[in-house]
Design a protein around this ligand. Structure first.
Ligand SMILES: O=C(O)C1=C[C@@H](OP(=O)(O)O)[C@@H](O)[C@H](O)C1
Ligand SMILES: C=C(OP(=O)(O)O)C(=O)O
Length: 439
């Protein structure tokens, strides 16, 4: 964004030689925003280190502060936070375009005394929320509205209990209810009814983090019922959270190695994780890259030409823009399945990817639940980001090998990765890139 508020196109740099770089990524959005919510309800102060500082996480920090939670930011290290719980009160919350803010904060707000008003970006007003807002009403909250803007009015406590929802539109409905449920009088028992819930690793992340904070959670594996999660009421322990690097944000950089036949290394790759970004290892291997994890560093070496892929991305939908960009540069047809719910992401990602790939001369077709992409020679043109950080980075990947790709709003990457353009330039220059911190 320019100083006068106008957005100017960013000419994606082309790679004149294979990319060789080490790229260190800042913390995970999903882990950061979960750690913040859980810490806000804990028995004492928690620390969060390696925090992602970006639009989505700064909106979460602002929301919690406005509700009364104390959040101190280390003056020497803005990624180190101390979160101190306090009684929650009336507030006005800006959700921006962040799914984690619009779905994780309302259940917490139901525990406040007073009215909490939520709004967000124009584009956020069409993201699905009725499932979680309806569930909160069932659990005893007073909610006015079923999409942004809406209000939640509470008296300092919430009954909780059993609730039936259709979470096929977003795993965040399940995660959002679970994150605050230990503080509800009766906890929560969520029974999902409908098509399969997407992004299950993100629900596993919620469960694992709650359990680390001493919360008793029964998962479908515990109960033998595939679609039921139970969070028992009880105290939430303060935890010293250390946030892993954001593996989904690593994927465009790893894709750069794949499409240029180069080598990209990402240090601090966790040996075990609930982050869906870890799935990029198998995806890139299937597309012909050589992928190794050596001593905590992920190394991707690109093939001569990327292979087309037939893949179900239901569990890892947020990787779709990266995989679609790779597919548009592959040597054969690709089918991406299981991602109908992406129509409710930052933008309708299926429509956006089809429109933008085809505008550059590609052949992408939307199916009921995904995309079919048949390689075709691509040419210069404007790639529109639709305020979607991952659309912007997909354009950057294509621009590595297609001359004259201009991304209309590269700064939208600040949703989860401020400084993306600089880090991308550093990657191309082969200098060890570092934005934020995740060491
Ligand atoms: O809980 C989370 O942190 C997220 C869950 C997923 O949402 P959906 O289940 O709506 O895809 C994912 O796409 C999003 O980027 C982050
Ligand atoms: C879907 C995404 O974000 P959100 O948390 O806003 O849903 C994403 O980051 O790909």
């Amino acid at each position: 964004m320019r100083k006068d508020g106008q957005v100017s196109n960013w000419t994606a740099p082309t790679a004149t030689t294979p990319v060789h770089a080490t790229v260190t990524l800042p913390g995970s959005k999903s882990i950061t925003n979960r750690a913040l919510i859980i810490s806000a309800l804990a028995e004492g102060s928690s620390s969060v280190t390696g925090t992602l500082r970006s639009r989505d996480t700064d909106l979460m920090i602002a929301a919690l502060r406005d509700l009364g939670v104390g959040i101190d930011i280390d003056a020497d290290d803005p990624t180190s936070l101390t979160v101190t719980p306090a009684p929650l009160h009336a507030a006005t919350i800006d959700c921006g375009l962040a799914g984690t803010v619009m779905r994780f904060v309302p259940p917490l707000a139901a525990l406040a005394t007073g009215t909490v008003a939520f709004d967000g970006d124009e584009q956020a007003r069409s993201r699905p929320l009725d499932t979680i807002l309806g569930a909160l009403q069932t659990l005893g909250a007073q909610v006015d509205g079923n999409a942004l803007p809406f209000t939640v009015t509470g008296n300092g406590r919430l009954a909780g209990g059993p609730v039936e929802i259709d979470a096929s539109g977003s795993s965040q409905f399940v995660s959002g209810l679970m994150l605050s449920a230990a503080a509800f009088d009766d906890g929560v028992t969520i029974n999902h009814v409908g098509k399969p819930v997407p992004s299950m690793p993100h629900i596993d992340m919620t469960v694992e983090m709650l359990q680390r904070a001493g919360v008793r959670v029964d998962t479908p594996a515990d109960s033998g019922d595939a679609d039921t999660w139970r969070v028992h009421p009880g105290p939430i322990r303060a935890v010293d959270w250390v946030v892993e690097p954001d593996l989904s944000n690593a994927t465009p950089f790893l894709a750069a190695a794949a499409v240029t036949g180069g080598e990209v290394r990402v240090p601090h790759w966790p040996s075990s994780t609930t982050q869906p970004g870890d799935a990029i290892r198998d995806i890139l291997t299937s597309m012909g890259a050589e992928v190794t994890l050596d001593d905590g560093t992920l190394v991707v070496r690109g093939p001569q030409t990327v292979r087309g892929i037939d893949v179900d991305l239901h569990d890892v939908g947020e990787l779709t823009p990266t995989v679609a960009a790779l597919a548009a540069l592959a040597d054969g047809r690709s089918t991406l399945r299981g991602i109908a719910h992406l129509r409710g992401h930052e933008t309708d990602r299926l429509a956006a990817l089809v429109t933008e790939i085809n505008r550059l001369g590609g052949t992408a077709v939307e199916t009921d639940d995904g995309l079919e992409i048949t390689p075709a020679p691509l040419h210069q043109g404007v790639w529109r980001a639709y305020a979607d950080h991952r659309m912007a980075t997909a354009g950057a990947i294509l621009g590595l090998v297609v001359d004259g790709v201009e991304v209309d709003d590269i700064d939208t990457t600040s949703k989860t990765l401020p400084g993306f353009a600089l880090l991308w330039d550093e990657m191309l220059a082969g200098t060890p890139g570092r934005v934020g911190s995740s060491s």
